[in-house]
Design a protein around this ligand. Structure first.
Ligand code: ASP
Length: 446
Protein backbone atom coordinates (compact mmCIF):
# COMPACT_ATOMS: atom_id res chain seq x y z
CA UNK A 1 0.00 0.00 0.00
CA UNK A 2 1.34 3.45 -0.91
CA UNK A 3 0.12 6.60 0.85
CA UNK A 4 1.19 10.10 -0.09
CA UNK A 5 0.95 12.32 3.00
CA UNK A 6 0.80 16.04 2.32
CA UNK A 7 1.12 18.41 5.29
CA UNK A 8 -0.19 21.97 4.94
CA UNK A 9 1.36 25.16 6.32
CA UNK A 10 -0.23 25.04 9.78
CA UNK A 11 0.89 21.40 10.17
CA UNK A 12 4.55 22.47 9.81
CA UNK A 13 4.32 25.90 11.44
CA UNK A 14 6.78 25.24 14.28
CA UNK A 15 8.74 22.54 16.12
CA UNK A 16 5.65 21.32 18.02
CA UNK A 17 3.86 20.74 14.72
CA UNK A 18 6.93 18.97 13.28
CA UNK A 19 6.70 16.54 16.22
CA UNK A 20 3.06 15.78 15.40
CA UNK A 21 3.99 15.16 11.76
CA UNK A 22 6.71 12.72 12.82
CA UNK A 23 4.25 10.88 15.07
CA UNK A 24 1.77 10.59 12.20
CA UNK A 25 4.32 9.46 9.60
CA UNK A 26 5.93 6.93 11.90
CA UNK A 27 2.62 5.44 13.00
CA UNK A 28 2.01 3.98 9.53
CA UNK A 29 4.77 2.35 7.44
CA UNK A 30 2.73 3.02 4.27
CA UNK A 31 3.42 6.75 4.68
CA UNK A 32 6.72 6.85 2.83
CA UNK A 33 6.21 9.85 0.58
CA UNK A 34 5.74 13.17 2.34
CA UNK A 35 4.98 16.55 0.78
CA UNK A 36 5.24 19.76 2.81
CA UNK A 37 4.03 23.33 2.47
CA UNK A 38 6.08 26.25 3.75
CA UNK A 39 5.62 26.87 7.49
CA UNK A 40 2.30 28.64 7.98
CA UNK A 41 0.66 30.53 10.83
CA UNK A 42 1.46 29.41 14.39
CA UNK A 43 -1.44 31.40 15.87
CA UNK A 44 -4.07 33.72 14.45
CA UNK A 45 -2.46 36.99 13.44
CA UNK A 46 0.86 35.26 12.67
CA UNK A 47 2.39 35.34 9.16
CA UNK A 48 2.82 32.52 6.69
CA UNK A 49 6.37 32.22 5.38
CA UNK A 50 5.02 32.35 1.81
CA UNK A 51 3.38 35.72 2.52
CA UNK A 52 6.62 37.03 4.03
CA UNK A 53 8.58 35.92 0.96
CA UNK A 54 6.07 37.65 -1.31
CA UNK A 55 6.65 40.74 0.79
CA UNK A 56 10.41 40.33 0.32
CA UNK A 57 9.83 40.41 -3.45
CA UNK A 58 7.77 43.58 -3.13
CA UNK A 59 10.57 45.23 -1.12
CA UNK A 60 13.11 44.27 -3.78
CA UNK A 61 10.88 45.53 -6.57
CA UNK A 62 10.63 48.95 -4.92
CA UNK A 63 14.26 49.01 -3.78
CA UNK A 64 13.33 48.95 -0.10
CA UNK A 65 15.68 47.28 2.39
CA UNK A 66 14.34 43.85 3.37
CA UNK A 67 17.05 42.64 5.73
CA UNK A 68 14.79 42.75 8.83
CA UNK A 69 12.15 40.73 7.02
CA UNK A 70 14.71 38.14 5.92
CA UNK A 71 15.97 37.91 9.52
CA UNK A 72 12.41 37.28 10.69
CA UNK A 73 12.01 34.40 8.22
CA UNK A 74 15.42 32.97 9.10
CA UNK A 75 14.53 33.04 12.80
CA UNK A 76 11.41 30.93 12.19
CA UNK A 77 13.56 28.20 10.65
CA UNK A 78 16.37 28.54 13.19
CA UNK A 79 13.85 28.11 16.02
CA UNK A 80 12.54 24.88 14.49
CA UNK A 81 16.03 23.49 13.86
CA UNK A 82 17.27 24.41 17.36
CA UNK A 83 14.27 23.01 19.18
CA UNK A 84 14.49 19.73 17.29
CA UNK A 85 18.28 19.54 17.51
CA UNK A 86 18.74 19.34 13.73
CA UNK A 87 22.20 19.41 12.15
CA UNK A 88 21.20 21.07 8.88
CA UNK A 89 23.18 24.37 8.78
CA UNK A 90 20.02 26.44 8.42
CA UNK A 91 21.48 29.83 9.43
CA UNK A 92 24.38 29.48 7.01
CA UNK A 93 22.16 28.28 4.12
CA UNK A 94 19.62 30.99 4.74
CA UNK A 95 22.31 33.66 4.79
CA UNK A 96 23.71 32.40 1.47
CA UNK A 97 20.18 32.71 0.07
CA UNK A 98 19.74 36.21 1.55
CA UNK A 99 23.05 37.44 0.15
CA UNK A 100 22.00 36.47 -3.40
CA UNK A 101 18.43 37.67 -3.12
CA UNK A 102 18.77 40.59 -5.55
CA UNK A 103 19.80 38.26 -8.36
CA UNK A 104 17.08 35.62 -7.85
CA UNK A 105 13.77 35.40 -9.70
CA UNK A 106 10.69 36.27 -7.58
CA UNK A 107 9.27 32.76 -8.09
CA UNK A 108 12.49 31.17 -6.94
CA UNK A 109 12.47 33.39 -3.83
CA UNK A 110 8.91 32.29 -2.92
CA UNK A 111 9.68 28.62 -3.59
CA UNK A 112 12.37 28.69 -0.86
CA UNK A 113 9.59 28.67 1.73
CA UNK A 114 8.78 25.03 1.01
CA UNK A 115 12.40 24.23 0.13
CA UNK A 116 13.75 25.13 3.60
CA UNK A 117 10.76 23.56 5.36
CA UNK A 118 11.36 20.40 3.31
CA UNK A 119 15.06 20.31 4.17
CA UNK A 120 14.31 20.46 7.91
CA UNK A 121 11.50 17.94 7.69
CA UNK A 122 13.62 15.49 5.67
CA UNK A 123 16.33 15.44 8.32
CA UNK A 124 13.82 15.24 11.16
CA UNK A 125 12.00 12.27 9.61
CA UNK A 126 15.27 10.63 8.56
CA UNK A 127 14.24 10.60 4.91
CA UNK A 128 16.04 11.85 1.78
CA UNK A 129 15.07 15.30 0.46
CA UNK A 130 13.72 15.25 -3.09
CA UNK A 131 13.85 18.68 -4.73
CA UNK A 132 10.56 19.34 -6.57
CA UNK A 133 12.56 21.32 -9.12
CA UNK A 134 14.09 18.08 -10.41
CA UNK A 135 10.88 16.08 -10.66
CA UNK A 136 7.80 18.31 -11.13
CA UNK A 137 8.34 19.48 -14.69
CA UNK A 138 6.33 22.26 -16.34
CA UNK A 139 5.79 22.92 -20.04
CA UNK A 140 6.59 26.49 -21.01
CA UNK A 141 2.84 27.26 -21.19
CA UNK A 142 2.59 26.66 -17.43
CA UNK A 143 0.95 23.19 -17.56
CA UNK A 144 2.58 20.22 -15.91
CA UNK A 145 4.40 17.86 -18.26
CA UNK A 146 2.82 14.72 -16.80
CA UNK A 147 4.87 12.27 -18.84
CA UNK A 148 8.25 13.68 -17.81
CA UNK A 149 7.07 14.26 -14.24
CA UNK A 150 5.87 10.69 -13.96
CA UNK A 151 9.14 9.27 -15.27
CA UNK A 152 11.19 11.33 -12.86
CA UNK A 153 9.00 10.63 -9.84
CA UNK A 154 8.96 6.89 -10.50
CA UNK A 155 12.69 6.93 -10.85
CA UNK A 156 13.00 8.78 -7.50
CA UNK A 157 10.76 6.19 -5.82
CA UNK A 158 12.98 3.39 -7.16
CA UNK A 159 16.20 5.11 -6.13
CA UNK A 160 15.21 6.47 -2.74
CA UNK A 161 12.38 4.26 -1.45
CA UNK A 162 11.00 7.11 0.64
CA UNK A 163 11.40 10.91 0.62
CA UNK A 164 10.20 14.36 1.62
CA UNK A 165 9.33 16.63 -1.31
CA UNK A 166 8.52 20.35 -0.97
CA UNK A 167 5.17 21.30 -2.52
CA UNK A 168 4.02 24.33 -4.50
CA UNK A 169 6.79 24.51 -7.12
CA UNK A 170 8.53 22.69 -9.92
CA UNK A 171 10.61 23.83 -12.88
CA UNK A 172 10.73 23.84 -16.66
CA UNK A 173 13.09 21.33 -18.33
CA UNK A 174 15.77 23.99 -18.35
CA UNK A 175 15.47 24.44 -14.61
CA UNK A 176 13.49 27.70 -14.38
CA UNK A 177 11.42 27.51 -11.17
CA UNK A 178 7.64 27.81 -11.57
CA UNK A 179 4.93 27.98 -8.91
CA UNK A 180 1.43 26.57 -8.75
CA UNK A 181 -1.39 28.89 -7.64
CA UNK A 182 -1.66 29.76 -3.95
CA UNK A 183 -2.37 26.71 -1.83
CA UNK A 184 -0.68 24.69 -4.58
CA UNK A 185 1.10 22.31 -2.23
CA UNK A 186 -2.14 20.31 -2.49
CA UNK A 187 -1.58 20.03 -6.25
CA UNK A 188 2.01 18.81 -5.81
CA UNK A 189 0.77 16.08 -3.46
CA UNK A 190 -1.96 15.07 -5.90
CA UNK A 191 0.49 14.88 -8.82
CA UNK A 192 2.89 12.78 -6.78
CA UNK A 193 0.07 10.43 -5.72
CA UNK A 194 -1.03 10.02 -9.31
CA UNK A 195 2.42 9.53 -10.79
CA UNK A 196 3.48 6.83 -8.35
CA UNK A 197 0.10 5.01 -8.34
CA UNK A 198 -0.59 5.70 -4.68
CA UNK A 199 -3.58 3.96 -3.09
CA UNK A 200 -4.48 7.01 -1.03
CA UNK A 201 -3.68 10.72 -1.04
CA UNK A 202 -3.75 12.01 2.54
CA UNK A 203 -4.11 15.73 2.97
CA UNK A 204 -3.21 16.72 6.54
CA UNK A 205 -4.51 20.10 7.65
CA UNK A 206 -5.93 21.86 10.71
CA UNK A 207 -9.57 20.77 10.43
CA UNK A 208 -11.07 17.31 10.84
CA UNK A 209 -12.54 17.25 7.34
CA UNK A 210 -15.35 18.86 5.43
CA UNK A 211 -18.15 20.26 7.54
CA UNK A 212 -21.74 19.77 6.44
CA UNK A 213 -22.45 23.49 6.96
CA UNK A 214 -20.62 26.71 7.74
CA UNK A 215 -19.94 26.76 11.52
CA UNK A 216 -20.50 30.52 11.53
CA UNK A 217 -24.11 29.84 10.56
CA UNK A 218 -24.89 26.45 12.12
CA UNK A 219 -23.66 25.53 15.61
CA UNK A 220 -21.42 22.50 15.59
CA UNK A 221 -22.23 21.11 12.13
CA UNK A 222 -21.42 17.44 11.68
CA UNK A 223 -18.30 16.41 9.74
CA UNK A 224 -18.93 14.73 6.42
CA UNK A 225 -17.09 11.41 6.57
CA UNK A 226 -17.71 10.31 2.98
CA UNK A 227 -18.22 12.61 0.03
CA UNK A 228 -17.97 12.22 -3.74
CA UNK A 229 -15.79 14.43 -5.93
CA UNK A 230 -18.90 15.94 -7.55
CA UNK A 231 -20.50 16.77 -4.22
CA UNK A 232 -17.29 18.36 -3.06
CA UNK A 233 -17.13 20.52 -6.18
CA UNK A 234 -20.68 21.70 -5.54
CA UNK A 235 -19.97 22.57 -1.90
CA UNK A 236 -16.56 24.16 -2.56
CA UNK A 237 -18.04 26.27 -5.33
CA UNK A 238 -20.34 27.78 -2.75
CA UNK A 239 -17.44 28.58 -0.49
CA UNK A 240 -16.97 25.48 1.69
CA UNK A 241 -13.38 24.85 0.73
CA UNK A 242 -10.68 22.79 2.43
CA UNK A 243 -8.62 21.66 -0.56
CA UNK A 244 -7.07 23.66 -3.39
CA UNK A 245 -9.57 23.12 -6.24
CA UNK A 246 -7.05 22.07 -8.90
CA UNK A 247 -5.68 19.34 -6.69
CA UNK A 248 -8.72 17.17 -7.27
CA UNK A 249 -8.24 16.47 -10.97
CA UNK A 250 -4.91 14.60 -11.03
CA UNK A 251 -6.10 11.99 -8.53
CA UNK A 252 -9.73 11.86 -9.57
CA UNK A 253 -8.83 10.94 -13.14
CA UNK A 254 -7.09 7.78 -11.94
CA UNK A 255 -9.48 6.90 -9.11
CA UNK A 256 -7.24 7.65 -6.12
CA UNK A 257 -9.28 8.71 -3.06
CA UNK A 258 -8.31 11.78 -1.04
CA UNK A 259 -8.52 11.72 2.72
CA UNK A 260 -8.64 14.99 4.67
CA UNK A 261 -7.12 14.55 8.14
CA UNK A 262 -6.36 16.82 11.07
CA UNK A 263 -2.71 16.97 12.17
CA UNK A 264 -3.84 18.24 15.58
CA UNK A 265 -6.42 15.45 16.04
CA UNK A 266 -5.12 12.47 14.04
CA UNK A 267 -7.57 10.19 15.84
CA UNK A 268 -10.50 11.90 14.07
CA UNK A 269 -11.85 10.03 11.07
CA UNK A 270 -11.65 13.02 8.68
CA UNK A 271 -13.32 13.06 5.28
CA UNK A 272 -12.74 10.61 2.48
CA UNK A 273 -13.40 11.90 -1.04
CA UNK A 274 -13.94 9.34 -3.77
CA UNK A 275 -15.87 8.81 -7.00
CA UNK A 276 -18.80 6.98 -5.42
CA UNK A 277 -19.42 6.74 -1.71
CA UNK A 278 -22.24 4.29 -1.09
CA UNK A 279 -21.24 1.06 0.58
CA UNK A 280 -24.41 -0.74 1.56
CA UNK A 281 -24.96 1.21 4.74
CA UNK A 282 -27.18 3.78 6.28
CA UNK A 283 -26.21 7.24 5.08
CA UNK A 284 -27.35 10.80 5.44
CA UNK A 285 -29.92 11.85 2.85
CA UNK A 286 -28.17 15.18 2.38
CA UNK A 287 -24.40 15.50 2.46
CA UNK A 288 -24.12 19.19 3.14
CA UNK A 289 -25.39 22.69 2.58
CA UNK A 290 -23.44 25.77 1.54
CA UNK A 291 -24.23 29.16 0.16
CA UNK A 292 -23.11 32.66 -0.67
CA UNK A 293 -24.74 36.05 -0.47
CA UNK A 294 -24.82 39.03 -2.80
CA UNK A 295 -25.86 37.64 -6.14
CA UNK A 296 -27.93 39.62 -8.61
CA UNK A 297 -30.59 38.30 -10.98
CA UNK A 298 -31.36 40.16 -14.19
CA UNK A 299 -34.84 39.10 -15.20
CA UNK A 300 -35.84 39.44 -18.87
CA UNK A 301 -39.42 39.14 -20.13
CA UNK A 302 -40.50 39.08 -23.77
CA UNK A 303 -43.85 37.87 -25.04
CA UNK A 304 -43.67 34.81 -27.36
CA UNK A 305 -39.98 34.51 -26.63
CA UNK A 306 -40.30 30.73 -26.58
CA UNK A 307 -40.91 30.71 -30.36
CA UNK A 308 -37.85 32.78 -31.20
CA UNK A 309 -34.32 31.52 -31.72
CA UNK A 310 -31.16 32.95 -30.14
CA UNK A 311 -32.61 35.21 -27.42
CA UNK A 312 -30.74 33.60 -24.53
CA UNK A 313 -27.53 33.52 -26.56
CA UNK A 314 -27.81 37.26 -27.22
CA UNK A 315 -28.40 37.98 -23.54
CA UNK A 316 -25.44 35.85 -22.50
CA UNK A 317 -23.15 37.53 -25.01
CA UNK A 318 -23.97 40.90 -23.43
CA UNK A 319 -22.63 39.56 -20.13
CA UNK A 320 -19.68 38.00 -21.94
CA UNK A 321 -18.78 41.38 -23.46
CA UNK A 322 -18.32 42.70 -19.94
CA UNK A 323 -16.22 39.68 -18.95
CA UNK A 324 -18.86 38.54 -16.45
CA UNK A 325 -19.25 34.91 -15.57
CA UNK A 326 -22.89 33.74 -15.44
CA UNK A 327 -23.84 31.47 -12.53
CA UNK A 328 -27.33 30.29 -13.48
CA UNK A 329 -29.99 30.87 -16.12
CA UNK A 330 -33.39 29.84 -14.73
CA UNK A 331 -35.97 29.94 -17.53
CA UNK A 332 -39.72 30.37 -17.84
CA UNK A 333 -41.84 30.22 -20.99
CA UNK A 334 -41.57 33.86 -21.94
CA UNK A 335 -38.95 34.98 -19.46
CA UNK A 336 -35.62 34.01 -18.05
CA UNK A 337 -33.20 35.23 -15.43
CA UNK A 338 -29.44 35.62 -15.57
CA UNK A 339 -27.91 35.18 -12.15
CA UNK A 340 -24.48 36.72 -11.64
CA UNK A 341 -22.20 37.65 -8.78
CA UNK A 342 -23.28 41.08 -7.50
CA UNK A 343 -19.73 42.39 -7.13
CA UNK A 344 -18.93 41.46 -10.78
CA UNK A 345 -21.72 43.62 -12.23
CA UNK A 346 -22.23 46.45 -9.79
CA UNK A 347 -20.13 48.97 -11.73
CA UNK A 348 -21.68 48.12 -15.09
CA UNK A 349 -25.27 47.23 -14.33
CA UNK A 350 -26.79 50.29 -16.05
CA UNK A 351 -24.84 49.74 -19.26
CA UNK A 352 -25.66 46.03 -19.17
CA UNK A 353 -29.41 46.70 -18.87
CA UNK A 354 -29.09 49.25 -21.65
CA UNK A 355 -27.32 46.75 -23.93
CA UNK A 356 -29.90 44.05 -23.13
CA UNK A 357 -32.65 46.46 -24.12
CA UNK A 358 -30.93 47.30 -27.39
CA UNK A 359 -30.04 43.71 -28.33
CA UNK A 360 -33.20 41.89 -27.22
CA UNK A 361 -35.95 44.50 -27.35
CA UNK A 362 -37.63 42.84 -24.37
CA UNK A 363 -40.93 43.84 -22.76
CA UNK A 364 -39.14 44.37 -19.48
CA UNK A 365 -35.81 43.98 -17.72
CA UNK A 366 -35.82 43.88 -13.91
CA UNK A 367 -32.85 43.65 -11.63
CA UNK A 368 -33.19 41.82 -8.32
CA UNK A 369 -30.21 42.27 -6.04
CA UNK A 370 -29.37 41.13 -2.51
CA UNK A 371 -29.97 37.57 -3.60
CA UNK A 372 -28.32 34.72 -1.69
CA UNK A 373 -27.81 31.30 -3.29
CA UNK A 374 -28.01 28.17 -1.19
CA UNK A 375 -26.90 24.81 -2.50
CA UNK A 376 -28.32 21.69 -0.87
CA UNK A 377 -26.04 18.83 -1.87
CA UNK A 378 -26.57 15.10 -1.60
CA UNK A 379 -25.74 12.15 -3.84
CA UNK A 380 -28.55 10.26 -2.12
CA UNK A 381 -31.25 12.79 -2.95
CA UNK A 382 -32.20 10.97 -6.14
CA UNK A 383 -33.03 7.89 -4.00
CA UNK A 384 -35.95 9.49 -2.27
CA UNK A 385 -38.77 11.11 -4.22
CA UNK A 386 -40.09 14.41 -2.97
CA UNK A 387 -36.94 15.65 -1.22
CA UNK A 388 -36.93 19.01 -2.98
CA UNK A 389 -40.64 19.48 -2.32
CA UNK A 390 -40.10 18.88 1.37
CA UNK A 391 -37.12 21.26 1.48
CA UNK A 392 -39.24 23.99 -0.12
CA UNK A 393 -42.10 23.17 2.23
CA UNK A 394 -39.93 23.63 5.30
CA UNK A 395 -38.77 27.02 4.02
CA UNK A 396 -42.35 28.01 3.16
CA UNK A 397 -43.51 27.14 6.67
CA UNK A 398 -40.74 29.34 8.05
CA UNK A 399 -42.02 32.23 5.91
CA UNK A 400 -38.94 32.25 3.67
CA UNK A 401 -39.62 33.24 0.10
CA UNK A 402 -37.72 31.22 -2.54
CA UNK A 403 -36.86 33.52 -5.42
CA UNK A 404 -35.19 31.05 -7.75
CA UNK A 405 -34.69 27.28 -8.05
CA UNK A 406 -32.36 25.15 -10.17
CA UNK A 407 -31.41 21.51 -9.89
CA UNK A 408 -28.14 20.08 -11.19
CA UNK A 409 -28.56 17.58 -14.00
CA UNK A 410 -27.27 14.58 -12.02
CA UNK A 411 -29.72 15.48 -9.22
CA UNK A 412 -26.95 15.91 -6.67
CA UNK A 413 -27.81 19.49 -5.80
CA UNK A 414 -30.72 21.87 -5.56
CA UNK A 415 -29.81 25.53 -5.72
CA UNK A 416 -32.21 28.06 -4.30
CA UNK A 417 -32.16 31.83 -4.31
CA UNK A 418 -33.46 33.61 -1.20
CA UNK A 419 -33.15 37.19 0.02
CA UNK A 420 -29.80 37.99 1.66
CA UNK A 421 -31.70 38.73 4.85
CA UNK A 422 -33.17 35.18 4.94
CA UNK A 423 -29.84 33.46 4.22
CA UNK A 424 -28.80 32.33 7.70
CA UNK A 425 -32.32 31.36 8.74
CA UNK A 426 -32.85 29.30 5.57
CA UNK A 427 -29.60 27.40 6.06
CA UNK A 428 -30.34 26.66 9.73
CA UNK A 429 -33.84 25.54 8.86
CA UNK A 430 -32.70 23.08 6.17
CA UNK A 431 -29.81 21.88 8.32
CA UNK A 432 -32.01 21.15 11.33
CA UNK A 433 -34.71 19.42 9.32
CA UNK A 434 -32.62 17.36 6.90
CA UNK A 435 -28.85 17.61 6.86
CA UNK A 436 -28.26 16.44 10.37
CA UNK A 437 -31.14 14.07 10.86
CA UNK A 438 -32.54 12.39 7.79
CA UNK A 439 -31.02 9.05 6.79
CA UNK A 440 -31.45 6.59 3.89
CA UNK A 441 -30.47 2.92 3.52
CA UNK A 442 -28.11 2.42 0.62
CA UNK A 443 -28.39 -1.01 -1.02
CA UNK A 444 -25.20 -3.00 -1.66
CA UNK A 445 -23.74 -2.42 -5.10
CA UNK A 446 -24.08 -5.28 -7.58
N1 ASP B 1 2.88 27.92 0.63
C1 ASP B 1 1.97 28.10 -0.44
C2 ASP B 1 0.85 29.04 -0.03
O1 ASP B 1 0.83 29.54 1.09
C3 ASP B 1 1.45 26.79 -0.98
C4 ASP B 1 0.75 25.91 0.03
O2 ASP B 1 0.82 26.15 1.22
O3 ASP B 1 0.12 24.94 -0.40
O4 ASP B 1 0.00 29.32 -0.82
Amino acid sequence: MIKVAKFGGSSVADAEQFKKVKGIVESDPDRRFVVVSASGKRFSGDNKITDLLLLVNAHIQYHVDCSTLLKEIEQRYVDIADELGLKYPIAQKFEEFSSMIQSLSPKYVVSRGEWFTGQLMAEYLGMPFLDAQDVIIFHHDGKVDMQRTQMRLRDAVQRLGHFVMPGFYGATVDGVVKLFDRGGGDISGAILARCIDANLYENWTDVSGFLSADPRVVDNPRTIHRITFDEMRELSYMGASVLQEDSIFPVREVGIPIQIKNTNRPQDEGTIIRETAEEGRREHLLTGIAGKKDFMSVHIQKAHMSNKVGIIRKALSVFENYGISVEHVPTGVDSFGVVVNGSDVKDNIYSIVNDLQKELKPDSVNVVDQLALISVVGRNMSRRAGTSGRVFGVLGNAGINIRMITQSSQEISIIMGVNNSDFERAIKCIYDNFVDTEMVDIPHQQ
